[in-house]
Design a protein around this ligand. Sequence first.
Ligand code: SAM
Ligand code: SF4
Length: 387
Amino acid sequence: MNPVVVERPGAVKLAALPPLALYVHIPWCVRKCPYCDFNSHERAGGLPEAEYVQKLLVDLEKLLPSVWGRRLVSVFIGGGTPSLFSPESIDALLSGARARLVLEPGAEITLEANPGTVEAARFRGFRDAGVNRISIGVQSFDEGMLKKLGRIHSGGEARRAIDAALASFERVNADLMYGLPGQSIDMARADVEQAVAAGVPHISAYQLTIEPNTVFFSRPPKLPPHDACADMQVMIEELLRERGFEQYETSAFARPGQRCRHNLNYWQFGDYLGIGAGAHGKISFPDRVTRHEQAKQPDAYLKGAAARETEVPARELPFEFMLNALRLVEGVPATLFQERTGLPFAAISRCVTQAEEKGLLERDLKHIRPTAKGRRFLNDLLQEFLK
Ligand SMILES: C[S@@+](CC[C@H](N)C(=O)[O-])C[C@H]1O[C@@H](n2cnc3c(N)ncnc32)[C@H](O)[C@@H]1O
Ligand code: SF4
């Protein structure tokens, strides 16, 4: 891959390289959900699992020269629906990755699962392959909601998938969505209570967004009013705090010791390799930060369409850094900006001061973090770093 040089380096000087993670994209699902704009495609017939794993490892090989000597702190196998792949394929993938790159001892390895595609034996197989964290797409336990969302599973199946995952894994996340068509605040509360009662130590709660190129975009369902959705967000934050979960990011809640290390690395502007259809990654060098993106369509990807690599212009780094860091409730150490972007803090000090004056950001000697208002109006806060 040849970097497209957008702006000559010079301004960027990284004293040390950030932690490195690996994202693996599996682009197939049993059925496409009407709200989903992820790079996910309904599977027609069997999946070319062995061929796909081989291609993933080819991607990895091509990226190796850019990360010689670096170790992986985490792996995230996302989708799509990675739980459609057999434990043998996941084993071949992880063995192949380990043969090419050293994983830190105890590295977090997450696999995303759809409740309609898993049972206990499959989870045991994933665990034996080296997976140590499961993320389950529950969305809701309410049968009417699941139907409206076009999900392939019932609430009972979601509960059984959580039980089966917890029998094999200590680290399990449940994805929930709120602000769903026809949902009341009590219904949203019932979903969160059920997830807590099911025993998951991590919950991600996303407000449903209507994305272009989805069925919901062309035929919009009637959603709860904006204020009701804001009330749901506040209710979820309070309820999960009462139940012993710490909110560490806009949508992420964890019991102590259960935060997702892979996602934390994104939010702390760490590096990650992206392999699989449409996957993208970020790699830092002492004098520049680059991004790469794999071909999006699974067929073109499998036929070997080339990845694209670009250099992030230095002037875009402050916004990119903040876009991630300001999602973190506790913010980041002030020194992290220079560490990760290679730019002096002076590059953003005026923006920081202006955001502080608007009550969107606060800082002490060591940290910068969004205020409660800044988290609620995150887009306004980010605007400050576009100026
Ligand atoms: C790639 S999916 C992974 C899980 C798996 N594919 C499944 O759906 O069971 C990641 C998560 O993003 C969330 N999500 C997807 N589309 C969304 C949307 N339009 N608005 C809000 N959250 C969304 C869902 O909670 C979903 O579980
Ligand atoms: S199963 Fe998950 S990735 Fe697949 S279409 Fe539905 S939300 Fe998207």
